[in-house]
Design a binder for this molecule. Structure first.
Ligand SMILES: Cc1cc2nc3c(=O)[nH]c(=O)nc-3n(C[C@H](O)[C@H](O)[C@H](O)COP(=O)(O)OP(=O)(O)OC[C@H]3O[C@@H](n4cnc5c(N)ncnc54)[C@H](O)[C@@H]3O)c2cc1C
Length: 519
């Protein structure tokens, strides 16, 4: 991924078949889909790839057990199919994870097992493993730190887990390999219209403030919770098609809840599910579902949300956690499609909606990371029809994503998939590149250089938030690593001392929001 090349392609190309606005799961999925069908595809992302919701998920590739309870069988089935496909197409960033659902009354075990057997049945040939009943002793063997008092047993079931923003980077790489042009830090600021119909976009390169007028046959709005802002630009109306809902996660040390399986709390006091999930050798707790009005790129957690997660985790864990145990808190905004008059976001459907607006803009709302591929397929089908492009069949169902490998080792570099080998070779040719960027974590200088050279990382935040996940795992350690990361980047990118200082200051300001110090 070479940013300079992509900028040059934007300058040199007279007209694109498809322009996609937004570089999250939805937009990147559309770019892979459109490019692999042979369409001349451009994707523009205002910040970095996955800067929005797509780096802030619960990291589950799942059908959504909860949606089954809500009776949304079509969504669960579609998501289970997509789960199976993703695990096959990107096995280096997605894997099977076992979950234990604890039960406290004899009948609960059967109640949960019935639902989970049904869930497994719906996945058909793409099932990830058998759902089984557990005795109390067996449940505690899986999760030894679960509060044992009154526990009667549980159910074991299987779902998928992934690294969301690493998958996003791999999608960007795949799209480019399929012939698309992608640019981060280029925001769309307006539309070019002829007779009321969109014929292209106006865009600004955020680092240089250089502006472009870019011509395209059709434009897809894949801007997540910002979709209404773009809708306003295109159509000039103030209609709200998104009902944003906030979800927070707390990350704590793994020693609080040992075991390699996840805990699924089936019913919190407000009737939702909560997870405690092992992730990158830490424990991820979440999430919440709070309707919000204010849409920003760095949403803040509410005290009530933090207390809610700590309270519920402590009900199920033998060692209790408090504010000082939280290594990082991160917040995401769900771009739920506003349908009907429902105000409670927790019960709003997670389906995606794709509409063609009077200006010709393809407007995508809702959906889940898990279903990004099918969403993209539907959106590109609509775009082809809208622009009168040649009907080309979707090719992504079995398309292996960048980094795909037949067999992964279990080192932490395995998340790079096929790219682990060249990173290891770089280290072998210059042992100084094996130096860690933080003494407590395995990440090396070599990875930072790799990310600048091959993953379009141009800020310290790009590295520490979305390519290496240190900000999400341990915000204080990420702040400590920032000066070294900035210095490595500066030498790769020919930047000066002032740039290093500016980058470190900007990163520290951002990272402070991932600490619980202010609560
Ligand atoms: C708390 C939480 C937990 C979740 N957990 C899961 C889970 O475990 N599994 C799952 O499947 N799903 C999960 N989801 C849902 C999933 O994360 C989202 O559905 C998905 O990430 C949305 O992707 P998106 O591309 O639509 O939006 P985003 O990721 O927000 O991408 C939109 C992009 O558009 C860019 N943009 C905005 N305006 C412009 C402009 N003018 N020009 C250019 N670019 C622009 C933004 O910078 C942003 O990067 C979760 C969601 C939340 C909030």
């Amino acid at each position: 991924m070479q940013r300079d090349q992509s900028l040059q392609q934007v300058k040199d190309t007279l007209q694109w078949d498809i322009i996609i606005i937004g570089g999250g799961a939805t937009g990147l999925g559309c770019a892979v889909d459109a490019a692999s069908r042979g369409l001349k595809t451009l994707l523009l992302e205002k910040y970095d790839f996955a800067k929005g919701t797509s780096s802030r998920s619960t990291k589950l590739v799942h059908g959504g057990v909860r949606y089954l309870e809500q009776g949304n069988i079509r969504l669960v089935r579609e998501a289970l199919f997509e789960r199976g496909r993703l695990l096959k197409n990107a096995p280096h960033v997605c894997h099977t994870l076992a979950f234990v659902v604890p039960s406290y009354k004899w009948w609960q075990k059967w109640y949960y097992a019935f639902g989970l057997w049904w869930y497994e049945f719906l996945s058909g040939k793409l099932s990830l493993g058998k759902t089984i009943l557990l005795s109390k002793k067996e449940a505690l063997q899986y999760l030894p730190d679960m509060a044992a008092e009154k526990l009667s047993g549980g159910v074991l079931y299987f779902d998928g887990q992934f690294d969301d923003s690493r998958l996003a980077i791999n999608l960007a790489q795949t799209a480019i390999e399929q012939g698309a042009t992608l640019l981060n830090y280029v925001g769309v600021t307006g539309f070019i219209k002829e007779g009321g119909t969109i014929k292209g976009v106006m865009a600004t390169e955020e680092m240089s403030a250089v502006t472009f007028e870019i011509s395209g046959k059709v434009v897809i709005n894949a801007t997540g919770v910002f979709a209404d802002e773009v809708l306003q630009m295109a159509e000039g109306n103030k209609e709200q098609t998104i009902a944003p809902s906030q979800g927070i996660h707390l990350v704590v040390d793994k020693h609080f809840f040992k075991g390699s399986v996840a805990l699924m709390i089936p019913k919190t006091e407000d009737g939702r599910v909560l997870f405690a999930i092992p992730w990158h050798d830490k424990l991820l707790l979440g999430t919440t579902d709070t309707p919000i009005e204010n849409i920003t790129t760095e949403p803040k957690p509410l005290k009530d949300e933090i207390d809610f997660i700590i309270h519920h985790f402590n009900l199920y864990a033998s060692s209790k956690i408090g504010y000082s145990d939280v290594l990082s808190v991160y917040v995401g905004l769900r771009p739920l499609a506003k349908t009907g008059s429902e105000k409670k976001t927790a019960v709003m459907p997670r389906d995606h909606h794709i509409v063609v607006l009077p200006s010709g803009l393809i407007h995508v709302t809702g959906g889940k990371w898990t279903t990004y591929r099918s969403m993209a397929e539907h959106a590109v089908d609509k775009a082809i029809a809208q622009a009168g492009l040649k009907k080309l069949a979707c090719k992504t169902q079995h398309l292996q994503l960048h980094g795909w490998v037949a067999a992964n080792d279990d080192s932490y570099l395995s998340t790079y998939g096929a790219d682990a080998e060249p990173i290891k070779k770089q280290i072998a040719s210059d042992l100084s590149l094996a130096e860690q960027i933080h003494p407590k974590y395995p990440y090396t200088k070599a990875e930072v250089i790799w990310m600048v050279q091959h993953e379009m990382a141009i800020t310290v935040e790009d590295i520490l938030a979305r390519r290496i996940r240190l900000l999400f795992l341990d915000a204080k350690a990420a702040m400590e690593a920032a000066p070294m990361v900035a210095a490595i980047m500066a030498s790769e990118m020919q930047k000066d001392e002032a740039w290093i200082n500016q980058q470190v200051a900007a990163f520290n300001k951002l990272a402070a929001g991932y600490l619980l110090a202010d609560f």
